[in-house]
Design a protein around this ligand. Structure first.
Ligand SMILES: NC(=O)c1ccc[n+]([C@@H]2O[C@H](COP(=O)([O-])OP(=O)(O)OC[C@H]3O[C@@H](n4cnc5c(N)ncnc54)[C@H](OP(=O)(O)O)[C@@H]3O)[C@@H](O)[C@H]2O)c1
Length: 219
């Protein structure tokens, strides 16, 4: 039984060859936005701050918002944004305040529950730079192998924006398949956010942290 760190894989369309984009990576420490950043993505916030980015973090709980940068070091800075992403008006007001303070976001990591996506994603799109890298985290139900493709939200997946969907899978422990830990999820999301290029649109589907096949193995 394997029980090493989960792998991060790129799912591609089965019939096409792999062509890399020549877009420069998100290496400059431009401002970042993490929506849903106090739970399993808290490590993403720490990583982006350690990269020297001013990082706006959205969650409802102000108490939790004060915690995620602990141990991140002085490189960047956290802008805590207490807002409910399913309340478009307040969410927009909070993001606009952050944009005024930090500038347009050139990198975003999103963990938005399915019922909130329709309201939240268009509001997020308003504060992103035209060529922003957007890492969109999806639960593994979105990657049910019986489905052909994770449907991308058109409001975010619009060139020159660099839309990077990431599916949370599961991994293997000593006792068999298990769920990913928060650290494993954050490490995987950071790796995708820091990647210099994304595969070309025509042959790219999504990244997977861990595995989703065979689907009946899921814990
Ligand atoms: N393998 C898989 O496919 C998969 C899929 C889903 C979840 N999981 C696991 O399930 C666990 C629980 O998931 P979870 O969703 O509770 O994740 P979580 O990352 O622990 O918490 C959700 C994050 O989103 C914020 N949030 C939630 N609703 C919000 C709203 N309406 N407006 C603004 N921010 C909001 C939360 O802060 P506030 O509550 O303060 O707003 C928090 O920062 C995770 O730890 C993960 O390991 C696994």
């Amino acid at each position: 039984m394997r029980h090493e760190n989960p792998t991060i894989t790129r799912a591609q369309q089965p019939s096409s060859s792999s062509v890399s984009s020549s877009r420069p990576g998100p290496s400059a420490p431009s401002p970042a936005l993490v929506v849903g950043g106090t739970g399993m993505l808290a490590g993403v916030v720490r990583g982006l701050v350690a990269d020297g980015r001013r990082t706006a973090v959205v969650a409802r709980s102000e108490e939790a918002l004060n915690a995620p940068a602990d141990g991140a070091g002085p490189a960047g800075e956290v802008l805590p944004l207490s807002a409910d992403y399913s309340d478009a008006g307040r969410f927009r007001a909070a993001l606009r305040r952050a944009r005024r303070e930090a500038g347009l976001f050139r990198l975003a990591a999103l963990w938005v529950h399915t019922p909130g996506r329709e309201t939240a994603l268009p509001v997020v799109a308003e504060v992103l730079a035209e060529d922003a890298v957007v890492v969109d985290v999806r639960g593994s139900a979105a990657a049910d192998p019986t489905r052909e493709r994770v449907p991308p939200p058109s409001v975010l997946d619009r060139a020159p924006r660099d839309y990077r969907p990431v599916v949370l899978g599961f991994t293997d422990g000593p006792a068999g398949p298990r769920r990913l830990t928060h650290q494993e999820i954050s490490d995987g999301v950071l790796a995708v956010a820091r990647a210099g290029t994304r595969p070309a649109r025509e042959d790219f589907r999504h990244w997977t942290i861990g595995r989703v096949r065979p689907w009946h193995d899921r814990p």
